[in-house]
Design a protein. Structure first.
Length: 358
């Protein structure tokens, strides 16, 4: 998708310099900085500090992290150790482990000169596949938006939480892909963008990327969605996910659950968009999902740009107050109208997912 009118993807390999390039998302929307990752440590750090974030992009970065590990040392034991460190770098998004496992499986038993090119091809394949899947999510989700528009014959108001946009994937996004497809088709869309405290991915990233594609959007405080739904100002909600269990329970950015409850109470359809790499077929009980707890600094301090165009961090809480920062919650399947995947739209249930994917 576009930034300043130029098409970008969120991650790519620079053959000439043999480095991975990313857009540093910690600096958006105020500064657009392309950063180079030249070691597996750089990849781990980029995931931990959220220079890259969003489940599919974390997976893509981890895949390239393995390429960088191979570049450093072709010994399989070293690569395996790096893969464990990569998996630990963020716990909740299943795409991370999925991508690392896929890379390790591909490299198992290969100790020839070809190992680097095999790793690079697989990382590229993981990213290309994600782009294709996200595009298909858009084509499938478009039907839902079209249906609402055909009935309403007026602007479709869509509420989204966090950033499940193209910046969270390789391209297109998951939740935003149907929105981009509808916009390209000329359907009038307006997006309510949840600010998404504490890190403000909605305000800093979703609104930013929608602006760049000229899609009307309004940032709202996280608690505003409820009243908007009561007033009939939301036609549908659509969010992404970091891990969806095979029973249809959806783990996503903290606050998603409360939005789903409000949607349920107001008969607003609540959709979750995901590629199959985000399905966890192993964990059966949502209580077993590792929920990341991040530093409380993310709550007590906010970052912005000052009058000298410098990014500044300021304390907004009483200095003696304690804060707690759980990064994800789980929305039970019963509150999810349907899952939008690359293979089609299905009920958030084991049978629904099994029909599409097994
Ligand atoms: O903590 P983040 O910014 O990585 O959380 C991102 C989300 O919760 C997204 O909704 C999710 O990863 C889906 S991305 C297509």
């Amino acid at each position: 998708m576009k930034i300043n009118g130029i098409e970008y993807k969120t991650i790519w390999f620079n053959e000439e310099k043999q480095v991975v390039k990313i857009i540093d998302q910690t600096k958006l929307p105020h500064k657009f900085i392309i950063k180079e990752l030249s070691s597996v440590k750089d990849a781990i750090n980029a995931i931990k500090t959220m220079e890259v974030r969003g489940a599919p992009l974390i997976g893509g970065t981890a895949a390239y992290g393995i390429v960088l590990a191979v570049q450093e040392n072709k010994d399989l034991e070293f690569i395996k150790k790096c893969s464990e460190e990569l998996i630990q770098s963020r716990p909740t998004a299943i795409n991370l482990k999925w991508a690392v496992d896929r890379m390790i499986k591909k490299l198992a038993g290969i100790n020839s000169d070809k190992i680097l090119s095999i790793a690079l091809n697989e990382a590229k394949e993981i990213c290309d596949e994600d782009e294709k899947f996200c595009k298909n999510i858009g084509i499938n989700g478009l039907k839902i938006i079209e249906e609402i528009y055909n009935k309403k014959k007026d602007t479709v108001n869509i509420l989204t939480h966090c950033n499940a946009g193209w910046l969270a994937t390789i391209n297109w996004g998951t939740a935003t892909s149907p929105i981009y497809h509808a916009h390209k088709k000329g359907i009038p869309i307006h997006v309510w963008v949840d600010e998404t405290r504490p890190r403000n991915q909605g305000a800093n990233l979703t609104s930013y990327e929608l602006n760049e594609e000229e899609i009307p959007n309004t940032i709202i405080a996280d608690n505003t969605g409820g009243i908007l739904m009561q007033r009939g100002e939301v036609d549908m909600c659509i969010v992404g996910t970091d891990r969806t269990l095979s029973n249809g329970d959806v783990c996503n950015k903290i606050g998603t659950y409360l939005k789903a409850l409000a949607a349920h109470d107001n008969n607003v359809p609540f959709y979750v968009a995901l590629p199959s790499s985000t399905i966890d077929w192993d964990i059966k009980d949502a209580k077993d999902i590792p929920i990341e707890e991040r530093n409380s600094d993310e709550l007590s301090h906010v970052e912005g740009i000052d009058e000298n165009n410098q990014i500044k961090k300021v304390l907004i809480y009483p200095s003696k107050s304690k804060a707690m920062n759980l990064a994800f919650d789980v929305t039970p399947a019963k509150y999810v109208t349907a899952l939008i995947t690359e293979k089609g739209i299905t009920k958030a249930s084991f049978d629904g997912l099994k029909k599409l994917f097994k």
